[in-house]
Design a protein around this ligand. Structure first.
Ligand SMILES: [Zn+2]
Length: 385
């Protein structure tokens, strides 16, 4: 076909009807695309300047990879729409990408280039290429099914997500648009993780989706996580955290968010310390020393309260710290351990807050607390202000 005039170019539209759902590296994907020709001439993949569907992959660091071409299987006459299945080759390297689906008239123009706007951007997280095995043990198969279900759900949610123009910091309540964005790839099937750095308190929070999930939805996320991944043993660092409370055998202590069962609590109780655990997700807890009812907890008071790798998981850390403070006797201490006093372990969507900058002090201040460092970078002491 002959080069399109500027007017005709602006009358071409591209719509994606069916997006790729599988995102492994180095594989062939397809997308179903509707091409609407509102111009006065027919579109065709013919010399001298053929019309093709194509795409770009744009990586997080802004590098773009030009895609392969898909020819029009038939001529698209003026005032007609045709649906075409286009071929897409996924990038060789796993990561978060924007897939820009568009069209090109060779030697003439790309249809995403301004002033044209015939393109569609799709956020896709490209994972490692899966090696398929024919014989998989049932437990492994179950895990695999849950993982796929999780990945699929997040792909759907991420597709719908629009980056907000204003964001609101849950730690210091600053609201504005001057936030630095941090991107990471979820190691647990959640796709691209978009977090914001507060320009006021310096804290990093997000994803917004995880922070705004209902209790029920969040419970499902954790359930599926524990079905598919094994937790590491954190007994040693839990014991270390406990001892920063300067505990005595006559005091009563709480391990907040201890899980359904805790080896650390058992060890400490055997040594004569009066410590119980609280975990609202424990349901019918596996141990008598684990409380799962908030009502029961509200009627108790403690000389010391610890948490281990908990703060970064809370949807509203300030409110939870206020609640924790209400459980303390006069002069009671709190010790909270987390690596997320820094921007670390960012590859988990379950980490909703990183207490960077001044955010740990702001958070404590809002909860009526003062923070003190210890010799361990992951452990901080909180006392009443
Ligand atoms: Zn803030």
């Amino acid at each position: 076909m002959q080069p399109l005039s500027d007017h005709d170019k602006s009358r071409i539209d591209i719509r994606v009807i069916d997006e790729p759902t599988h995102g492994s590296a180095g594989v062939n994907l397809t997308a179903k695309v509707a091409v609407t020709n509102g111009s006065a001439v027919s579109l065709a993949t013919t010399a001298p300047d053929p019309f093709h569907l194509s795409y770009f992959w744009v990586s997080q660091d802004g590098k773009s990879i030009e895609g392969v071409r898909t020819a029009l299987p038939r001529t698209v006459a003026p005032n007609n729409t045709d649906q075409i299945v286009m071929s897409i080759q996924s990038p060789a390297t796993p990561g978060c990408y924007t897939l820009r689906v568009t069209a090109v008239q060779e030697h003439v123009c790309w249809f995403f280039e301004p002033p044209l706007s015939a393109f569609r951007d799709i956020q896709i997280s490209i994972g490692e290429r899966r090696r398929e095995s024919l014989r998989v043990a049932p437990a492994k198969l179950f895990r695999e099914l849950i993982r796929r279900k999780t990945t699929e759900r997040w792909r759907r949610w991420n597709r719908r997500y629009k980056t907000p123009s204003r964001v609101h910091c849950p730690i210091c309540l600053y609201s504005g648009d001057v936030f630095k964005v941090h991107r990471a790839e979820d190691a647990f099937g959640g796709g691209c993780l978009l977090r914001f750095e507060c320009s006021e308190c310096g804290g990093i929070f997000g994803t917004e989706k995880m922070i705004s999930l209902s209790k029920r939805q969040l419970a499902r996320e954790y359930r599926e996580l524990y079905w598919t991944y094994d937790e590491g043993d954190t007994t040693e660092t839990e014991l270390q955290t406990f001892h920063k409370l300067n505990p005595t055998k006559s005091g009563i202590y709480l391990n907040y968010g201890c899980g359904k069962w805790s080896k650390a609590i058992q060890i400490l109780r055997e040594k004569g310390f009066n410590i119980v655990g609280y975990d609202p997700t424990a349901g019918r807890a596996k141990a008598t020393f684990v409380i799962s009812s908030e009502t029961q907890l509200r009627n108790m008071k403690f000389d010391g309260l610890m948490s281990h790798n908990l703060l970064e998981h809370l949807q509203d850390p300030v409110t939870t710290l206020q609640f924790m403070k209400s459980l303390l006797n006069d002069g009671g201490l709190m010790v909270h351990a987390t690596p997320c006093y820094r921007y670390e372990y960012e590859y988990s969507r379950f980490h909703l807050f990183f207490f960077t900058g001044n955010s740990v002090n702001v958070m404590a201040y809002r909860a009526g607390l003062i923070v003190r460092d210890t010799e361990y970078p992951n452990i901080k002491i909180f006392t009443s202000a």
